[in-house]
Design a binder for this molecule. Structure first.
Ligand code: FDP
Length: 348
């Protein structure tokens, strides 16, 4: 077999990016490797998840007599263990933990705050469908010592990096540090993430819309009209789209990022604030979407401008190709101005 002529590992790529900034200390680069390491450990564990029926269910005792952890707990602990001892992080926040996660006293605190959803879409695990990890990195605001709530409660526009790992037919890590969006595929044979999608740009108008339409009766009329518009109700303004919904944000977002499309999780009359978490899901995905020339809104406001007040705050989310998100935002705005009216056939 011939050696590959040009393979870019994630390490080489991050180092090359870092070398453009002579003042960079390398801490952010190392933090990104720490996350990549956690991703490899989680990916290996997910690959074995389908064997649990044969080898023993999660949460039960395995053949060595050890207690097996559920995958979401395992993913959460893995990320914490990979980040807490390095001296690069001052505090963490996880979708799985109620409160801010302090760095243990025996380890030094660093200059970054990291937020993560360790295993998003975890209901998909049981059916062998894709799941993901989402992460978001902020520079700390507090001056010294352990991190505080101010370090983790920052608006998305202050992120220095964000990304996700999709555990699908292959494992992909996609991230941005504000210089475009880059994708890497894990080569399991050598255990390295290799550059597979440099500088991802999402199409201006997409082919797909992704939304849980079983919530249709509980949506406001304006959301109903906007979703009907995506299906072809106002053809002069929006060509009909094809539906795709996996029920796993990372998988739905990733498909739309590459092929073009829009993902929506609006509020409804049961959950007016929506379902998805601002800090662990919406803000990091919004940073990636914008860096790929897409956009993200809660219907009224740019996601990246929302200032969080709570760690587990939820938000409605409309994210993806710029023209599609713009269409939905315009319809919501038009109907907020005249709630019982119809949308105009042509864009205002
Ligand atoms: P899950 O509950 O399976 O963890 O926020 C979590 C999330 O999945 C997203 O990944 C997904 O997009 C959404 O919820 C799916 O929610 P619905 O089942 O209500 O459609």
């Amino acid at each position: 077999m011939l050696p590959p002529s040009s393979v870019t590992t994630i390490e080489r790529f991050i180092l090359e990016q870092e070398s453009r900034y002579p003042e960079a200390t390398g801490e952010l680069s190392n933090l990104l490797y720490d996350i990549a390491l956690a991703a490899k450990i989680i990916a290996a564990s997910i690959r074995r998840a389908g064997l649990v029926n044969i080898l023993g269910a999660m949460g039960s005792t395995n053949v060595q007599g050890e207690q097996q952890q559920k995958l979401d707990v395992f993913a959460n602990e893995t990320i914490k263990n990979c980040l807490q001892h390095t001296g690069r992080v001052c505090a963490m926040g996880s979708e799985e933990d109620d409160d801010i996660i302090p760095i243990p006293p025996e380890y030094p605190a660093g200059k970054y705050a990291v937020l993560f959803d360790p295993l998003d879409g975890s209901s998909n695990i049981d059916v062998n469908a894709p799941v993901g990890t989402i992460f978001s990195i902020y520079r700390r605001i507090s001056m010294e010592g352990r991190g505080t709530a101010t370090d983790v409660l920052q608006p998305g526009c202050k992120q220095v990096a964000a990304g996700y790992i999709m555990y699908g037919s292959s494992t992909m890590l996609v991230y941005t540090t504000g210089e475009g969006v880059h994708g890497f595929t894990l080569d399991p044979a050598i255990g390295e993430f290799l550059l597979s999608a440099p500088r991802i740009v999402t199409p201006r108008t997409g082919q797909y819309y992704s939304v849980n339409e079983s919530n249709f009766p509980r949506w406001s009329r304006s959301v109903q009209v906007a979703v009907r518009g995506l299906k072809g109700d106002v053809p002069d303004r929006m060509q009909p789209k094809n539906a795709r919904y996996a029920g796993s944000l990372v998988a739905d977002f990733h498909r739309n990022l590459i092929a073009g499309g829009i993902f929506l999780y609006p509020g409804d009359n049961k959950n007016p604030g929506g379902k998805l978490r601002l800090l662990y899901e919406a803000a990091p995905m919004a940073f990636i979407a914008e860096q790929a020339e897409g956009s993200a809104t809660d219907g009224l406001e740019r996601i990246l401008d929302i200032v969080p007040t709570e760690l587990h705050q939820r938000t409605p989310l409309v994210i993806g190709s710029r023209n599609d998100v713009g269409f939905v935002a315009d319809v919501l705005r038009e109907l907020a101005a005249r709630p019982s009216g119809a949308v105009s056939a042509a864009a205002s």
